[in-house]
Design a protein. Structure first.
Length: 268
């Protein structure tokens, strides 16, 4: 007996998803001069003993699905295939981490940019959900813009999750927020008994040098900062917090995408 046809062959935003279109449909799009193409960049890497390794790439799709459903009329944009494996060399040494080099990530972004430019698009935006990709994405987008004439940008709206000062300062990875998000959208993949609280520093300690989120930062790999792979308080996460924070994030992403569309359309 043949398996039943899947009802989820393409994402919920199928009408915006370029891989779901025929070449003729892409060629016929009338708003390519201003409608941005969004590329999600994520990662496959360890997220402590309690979370799946696809957290970052999964959350990219969560944000896109929910944000695109909230766009106002006239906010046209399209979505390219995601880059699901990122520059995650800081997490090597833990099972489950897949990593590409900065050169490979840069090359993938360039390949997508060249092709969408050839198709007639003139705006590219990246929705990045892995911090290790950020520096590479930013300088690559600058190069793409200067070389191809594409208008490029990083979708990075600020989130206000009302976390305690210690978590805000040292909750870097597999933390309260990420654990809560997964409890809200994919609880069957969360092994909550494996969650721990592990910080690599104290917010009350004097000094401006920290691994992240400080005036002066240092290079690091996860194994230097954490035994478990968790950097933050995963035990404080709840599904209710995650659901509220996802709604908040979806609103922020939707607003950022809508503004990008408005500015691009007004400029044409």
């Amino acid at each position: 007996m043949s398996a039943p046809a899947s009802t989820a062959t393409f994402p919920a935003y199928r009408e915006r998803y370029l891989p779901a279109m025929t070449p003729g449909q892409i060629a016929a799009l009338s708003d390519k001069a201003w409608a941005p193409v969004i590329v999600a960049t994520g990662a496959i890497e360890q997220h402590g003993p309690h979370l799946p390794v696809a957290v970052d790439s999964l959350m990219g799709q969560v944000w896109l699905t929910r944000a695109l459903a909230r766009l106002p009329a006239g906010a046209s944009c399209y979505v390219a295939p995601p880059i699901t494996i990122g520059k995650s060399n800081e997490h090597t040494g833990f099972p489950g981490t897949l990593a590409i080099s900065k050169e490979t990530l840069r090359a993938l972004l360039w390949a997508i940019a060249r092709q969408i430019h050839t198709w007639g698009f003139r705006h590219l935006a990246v929705l990045n959900t892995h911090g290790g990709n950020t520096a590479v994405v930013i300088y690559t987008l600058r190069e793409i813009g200067a070389s191809l004439g594409l208008q490029c940008g990083l979708l990075a709206p600020a989130f206000d999750l009302d976390l305690p000062p210690q978590e805000n300062a040292y909750g870097y990875h597999a933390n309260t927020a990420e654990t809560a998000w997964l409890l809200a959208v994919a609880p069957q993949f969360v092994d909550l008994p494996g969650a721990v609280c592990e910080y690599c520093g104290d917010v009350n300690t004097p000094g401006e040098l920290r691994p992240e989120r400080a005036p002066a930062t240092m290079a690091w790999v996860t194994a230097d900062l954490s035994k478990s792979g968790i950097m933050g308080d995963a035990t404080a996460a709840t599904a209710a917090k995650g659901a509220a924070w996802i709604e908040h994030g979806a609103d922020r992403y939707a607003a950022a995408i809508a503004e990008l569309c408005r500015v691009a359309r007004d400029a044409t």
